[in-house]
Design a protein around this ligand. Sequence first.
Ligand SMILES: Cc1cc2nc3c(=O)[nH]c(=O)nc-3n(C[C@H](O)[C@H](O)[C@H](O)COP(=O)(O)OP(=O)(O)OC[C@H]3O[C@@H](n4cnc5c(N)ncnc54)[C@H](O)[C@@H]3O)c2cc1C
Length: 419
Amino acid sequence: MKILILGGGVIGVTSAWYLAEAGHEVIVIDRQHGVGLETSYANAGEISPGYASPWAAPGIPLKALKWLFARHAPLIVRPGLDLAMLRWLAALLANCTEARYLVNKARMMRLAEFSQACLAGLRDQLAFDYDGRQLGTLQLFRDQKQLDDAMRDVAALHEAGIPFEILDPRGCVVVEPGLDEAQGTIAGGLYLPRDETGDCFKFTNALADAARARGVRFLTGRSIERLVPAGGVVGRCETDAGPIFADAFVVALGSYSAKMIAPLGMRLPVYPVKGYSMTLPITDAARAPVSTLLDESYKVAITRLGDRIRVGGMAEICGYDLALPQRRRTTLERSVNTLFGGAGDTGRANFWCGLRPMTPDGTPVIGPTGIPNLFLNTGHGTLGWTMACGSGKIIADMMSGRKPQIRADDLALGRYQAG
Ligand SMILES: Cc1cc2nc3c(=O)[nH]c(=O)nc-3n(C[C@H](O)[C@H](O)[C@H](O)COP(=O)(O)OP(=O)(O)OC[C@H]3O[C@@H](n4cnc5c(N)ncnc54)[C@H](O)[C@@H]3O)c2cc1C
């Protein structure tokens, strides 16, 4: 089958790899001059099934209200006259019940764990370098209240059989020696030894090279204008350089997926949630993180990527705006400087933002649609890097008429129609 993948982020590229492996003729199209250049470019680098949790959780509406007045708030909402945003926010609030949280979290963990196994398989098979490390993640709490709140997740980890350790401040320093000087400001931590880290952009490019060697064609620098229906299916994809015909189409356009399929009569609840990152060169390796540390106060992740530190996080619900305000950079600097002071040079940091393609229930949308030859692999939100390989494998299995290796019927768009 000839398959056109719309979007060359980490999700489009993993889909391409597994579809090519399944024997299909695959083309990937992206508007950027290469792959992985939008949201997959400089994310926080965590591959973290253990922290796979929806943002929609009990208590979040109240916290969000408090954050409205906080100077370094991790979440900012700038509601406009955007119907899609208001609809999405309402759906997010509806998912903040204990019952919905548990269903959504279990689904996300299932996919994230499967994805980690797929990534390990690719690592063995292709032996490429993406600054990957398998040293766990540490969620760091600066006060007792944060530590107490984390106990709800501990119960879920326990139930899912995910190994974890609750650490006192000294234990945190043992795991992350660079925290030594900050020890007095730490209340404790939650350590997940099985989590991993790595550079999503490097990975996406390395996998694209491997896919190219298998015959996948990458059409970069081409903007997709619309999908054109014909006889009850999608007939072609119109681009700024002419039409492309295929037997089947996969939409992996991240935050731009919903707009692309809306003219086909489909309402996809994927909305952009803006985040920021800063990448700084390491100047003192002994003070730098060895893996990922999640700073619970600022909701920021600090990750070691080779000879660099990536600090990423925060969330703004403000449409498709890509501005880079200085105050957000200051928050990232504050987080890394208070925990790993002197480890890197913030003066030489690269400041970046990206739009997380978020669903209101935290789970991506993977699978068929009401149009027989149109498939979705999008909406990976906060954890697209963590879930990429598994999502690519699942969509390839579905499109090849094979049963996915994990339950996947509840990942498709149909779950919203089912209420
Ligand atoms: C600050 C931040 C930190 C994050 N940290 C983590 C983390 O630690 N771990 C984790 O697992 N995830 C993390 N994420 C989330 C992760 O980065 C995303 O979920 C993931 O990159 C989404 O990948 P994607 O391929 O769906 O989207 P994208 O990478 O955005 O790819 C979509 C592609 O579609 C293309 N495109 C869009 N419209 C068109 C068009 N009209 N024509 C042609 N091409 C088009 C774009 O050019 C783009 O390349 C983070 C995100 C942010 C913003």
